[in-house]
Write a protein of this length. Structure first.
Length: 384
């Protein structure tokens, strides 16, 4: 159901699959498959179930139970320190008593190692992430933003973390180590303006600020059009009066489903109905406005870019526009420099099928660029 994770040392690919039986009962299972043969590994699959103390959502007697028919694993899987993390949102959008669950498993045995409901007193707050996934740091902490919650969410109160950028510590049981929620989080709940509409980006560790302080930072942006740079060592938590955050950018009025990416001192992000934009990092701060942007304006889903390079040289940023079926490449140092546009090839040579998914990201491997359409895999590369 979501982007899998590959572990080369275990020769395994981990995937979450969902199924429905003849009676309408839904099951979610974690599989570990041999990369060579596809055979099940480690005694799998493991059926995914969980409970957590709480009174919201699908609860009874002070316990919330993972409701299989309302939950879906949409965000990419994460493997960190031998643990597979799954993260959950609604099966069909904002449907039923789903919750922002994170459920973890051993990469060696597929045994469940932890489970946490991020809104145990309310419901909703899906971990959507626009095709991206949770991010893990070297210490084993896991980071992701959640979406809008239902039923009176106040971030940090009663262990509810709707519309919040969450840091889970590496310990078991899973627990929130720190968080940041924007001051308009409750308004975002009411407006369906998910903070977690796209994944967060962890910037390289130990960026040095103007005072000589080494910072570990993250970039996160959601559907309300605002973008934030968060200090991972002191995330700022929540205040309804002001954003206690390292750096904040005012709303541009455009939904963001684009997980930001980093390359060689720049952050790239492509919100809906806007050009793809690049922000330059200097002294551990993003530039106050884009330092370059594309002439092309992307459609209502924006674009989820990717980058390729020879080390730090010859950087290219790749971007797909779902609505116009354009595939474009830009000079990573200056997004005004268009290197390639699939729509300009004579005779429609480089045209491709309708793109089925909202958040398709180009993948670069072995000198070629790949992405999925609604019916094919499109592959681009140099002509002979």
């Amino acid at each position: 159901m979501s982007t899998p994770v590959i572990d080369r040392s275990r020769n395994a690919i981990y995937v979450v699959a969902s199924s429905k039986d003849g009676s309408g009962n839904v099951s979610h299972r974690l599989h570990a498959l041999d990369l060579t043969t596809g055979a099940e590994l480690f005694g799998g699959p493991t059926t995914i179930t969980a409970t957590f103390p709480g009174t919201g959502g699908n609860s009874s007697g002070g316990t919330v139970t993972f409701l299989t028919k309302a939950q879906q694993e949409r965000a990419a899987l994460l493997e960190s320190n031998g643990t597979i993390y799954t993260s959950w949102s609604g099966y069909d959008g904002d449907c039923g008593n789903y919750s922002a669950w994170v459920i973890s498993f051993s990469a060696d045995t597929l045994a469940r190692t932890g489970a946490i409901d991020l809104v145990p007193s309310t419901a909703g707050a899906g971990i959507w992430l626009g095709g991206g996934g949770p991010a893990g740091d070297a210490a084993g902490n896991v980071y992701f933003p959640t979406g809008n919650a239902f039923g009176g969410n106040t971030p940090g109160i009663k262990n509810d973390y709707g519309d919040t950028f969450v840091k889970l510590g590496p310990s078991v049981p899973l627990a929130v180590a720190d968080y940041f929620a924007p001051s308009n989080a409750i308004s975002n709940d009411n407006l369906d303006a998910d903070f977690g509409s796209a994944a967060a980006l962890l910037l390289p560790d130990n960026l040095v600020d103007s005072g000589g302080v080494a910072r570990n930072l993250a970039v996160v942006a959601g559907k309300d059009g605002s973008m934030y740079v968060v200090d991972r060592g002191n995330m700022g938590q929540y205040s309804a009066i002001a954003n206690n955050v390292y750096q904040a950018f005012a709303s541009d009025g455009h939904d963001n489903f684009s997980s930001p990416i980093y390359f060689n001192g720049r952050v790239y992000i492509g919100p809906s109905g806007l050009p793809l934009r690049a922000f330059t990092i200097a002294q551990a701060k993003l530039s106050a406005s884009p330092t370059s942007q594309t002439a092309f304006t992307f459609g209502s889903n924006g674009t989820v870019p990717s980058a390729s390079a020879n080390g730090t040289a010859n950087g290219i940023v790749w971007a797909l526009d779902r609505e116009s079926r354009n595939f474009l490449a830009y000079d990573a140092t200056d997004l005004t420099k268009l290197l390639y546009d699939s729509s300009t090839a004579a005779g429609g040579r480089d045209s491709f099928s309708n793109v089925g998914g909202h958040f398709i990201t180009p993948m670069v491997a072995n000198g070629r660029v790949y992405f999925g359409t609604g019916s094919t895999v499109a592959v681009f590369g140099l002509l002979p």
